[in-house]
Design a protein around this ligand. Structure first.
Ligand SMILES: *[C@@H]1O[C@H](CO)[C@@H](O)[C@H](O)[C@H]1NC(C)=O
Ligand SMILES: *[C@@H]1O[C@H](CO)[C@@H](O)[C@H](O)[C@H]1NC(C)=O
Ligand SMILES: *[C@@H]1O[C@H](CO)[C@@H](O)[C@H](O)[C@H]1NC(C)=O
Ligand SMILES: *[C@@H]1O[C@H](CO)[C@@H](O)[C@H](O)[C@H]1NC(C)=O
Length: 435
């Protein structure tokens, strides 16, 4: 009995484990779904439409983009592909025919075509270089698609089978098994006619920061109008200077090394040297208090000398966001995953104005101010209430300073307490009046 109990508990832990790690409380339903639609099929050849949906509220797929891959079960081949291409053709010598197949590898790796691909290679939703925006930021660019015709080179005449072991080729994501779902319906002729897939499978991929990288990429510093203390980012938030695992850094005034920018990968970060060693620093300044409102100034600084962040976003959790009155210089959308709490929102750049956070330097900064209503019952100057509970940049959680370091309100009793000088003057006057 005891043993069974133990086994049950172990089983449960095992079952819950991957779910826990893929879970982000700021985006509990967030996932990337790979949809596999068999649009036409004969016994030996299938026409497939693959779509990648970024169903995440704020995390996007940045350059160099997705790099989809899977394992075929047997001798499947990809005859042709539109809207994407495999990185390698592989050995197609066993296949007889006039035109060689596009790819004969057991584990093909597929790249989205770049914008401006030849017209006869394009399909709907293709050709974005693998980059996908989040659902919130640009609902028109959160899906990517390509088409292919596949067949099988096996001798027994069986058709191609649904592959396994999907990967997106983006750090931090793991994909589950393909699950058969009701066939997708397609709209044709401007919505007047509906057709449907022969069969449809979904593969759900989820993100975990733990898997993406072991060290954080962002930290928060704090200040307030009522205190002279500026609470800096905690030392070694993202790494310690000089440590082997930390990023390379360049002291202010030193000339950074020349780097070659490859077009298919991100350069390894070269940071401005700081005590926190984070590529991104967010500063939250409580700027002013009015009778009914209070004002926050938010500054995001890029400290990476070799990276521009396009379409950056900042997700903030603060109980007063439900009464946000005005946001200057940034766009804002509340993220209401839990219905009526409304304490989480996403800030992002205004298109063509500040949606690109430039590399470190004088222009590597974006700023905004927020006006919030002082809600009766919840607003308080005490206990660091005016500071954010959580912040993430592009979905990377930022390290907050420990709460005992928060800017303190000037102590009222201290103001009222008589200084030694007043006591002396007072006693002196008292003595004078006595004579
Ligand atoms: C993935 O996201 C879609 C769209 O938001 C949602 O309907 C689905 O339930 C999600 N799946 C999982 C496993 O979270
Ligand atoms: C999928 O991956 C597992 C584990 O690596 C492997 O055993 C299996 O053979 C793979 N599936 C295919 C179809 O290759
Ligand atoms: C970032 O953008 C600026 C201005 O467009 C450009 O001069 C710079 O080379 C870019 N840096 C990187 C690392 O791409
Ligand atoms: C939260 O937002 C929703 C929709 O944006 C709104 O209907 C609801 O009243 C808000 N709740 C609070 C407590 O402000």
């Amino acid at each position: 009995m005891g043993n069974f109990g133990l086994i049950l508990v172990l089983d449960l832990i095992f079952l819950i484990y991957p779910v826990v790690y893929g879970y982000d409380p700021m985006d509990p339903m967030g996932n990337i779904t790979i949809r596999w639609d068999v649009t036409t099929s004969t016994e030996v050849n299938h026409q497939i439409r693959v779509s990648i949906f970024n169903y995440q509220l704020f995390r996007h797929v940045e350059q160099p983009g997705w790099k989809l891959s899977w394992d075929w079960h047997g001798k499947e081949v990809i005859w042709q592909m539109w809207g994407a291409e495999t990185t390698e053709q592989g050995d197609c010598s066993a296949i007889k025919g006039d035109t060689p197949p596009h790819c004969c590898l057991k584990e093909p790796v597929i790249l989205d075509l770049l914008p401006g691909a030849p017209y006869n290679k394009q399909v709907v939703n293709c050709c974005k270089g693998g980059v996908l925006t989040s659902l919130t930021q640009d609902p028109e660019k959160y899906v990517s698609s390509f088409e292919m015709s596949i067949g099988s080179a096996s001798n027994d005449g069986s058709g191609p089978r649904m592959p396994e072991n999907f990967t997106l080729g983006i750090p931090g994501y793991t994909c589950g098994v393909a699950v058969k779902v009701p066939p997708t319906k397609f709209h044709e002729d401007q919505g007047r006619r509906q057709t449907q897939a022969v069969a449809t499978w979904d593969v759900i991929c989820s993100y975990s920061q733990f898997r993406a990288s072991s060290s954080p990429a962002c930290c928060v510093s704090l200040s307030a109008f009522y205190s002279e203390t500026i609470v800096p980012c905690s030392v070694c938030s993202c790494g310690c200077q000089g440590q082997r695992s930390a990023a390379q850094c360049v002291k202010r005034g030193e000339v950074p090394p020349v780097i070659q920018l490859g077009h298919n990968e991100l350069p390894t970060p070269i940071l401005e040297c700081t005590r926190h060693m984070c590529p991104i620093q967010v500063h939250w300044h409580v700027k002013q208090s009015y009778r009914e409102y209070w004002r926050v100034k938010m500054t995001i600084r890029n400290l990476n000398l070799v990276r521009n962040y396009s379409q950056w976003n900042l997700v903030v959790l603060h109980p007063n966001l439900r009464s946000i009155t005005q946001v200057f210089s940034f766009d804002y959308k509340p993220l209401d995953q839990y219905g009526d709490i409304n304490d989480t929102g996403m800030f992002y750049g205004i298109k063509y104005y500040n949606d690109m956070l430039l590399q470190a330097g004088r222009s590597g900064v974006v700023q905004s101010e927020l006006l919030l209503h002082k809600d009766a019952g919840i607003f308080t100057f005490n206990e660091g209430w005016m500071f954010p509970r959580k912040i993430s940049f592009n979905g990377y959680e930022c390290v907050l300073p420990s709460p005992d370091k928060y800017p303190m309100l000037p102590n009222i009793s201290q103001f009222l307490a008589p200084s030694i000088l007043t006591i002396i003057v007072f006693s002196f006057c008292l003595i004078l009046t006595m004579f």
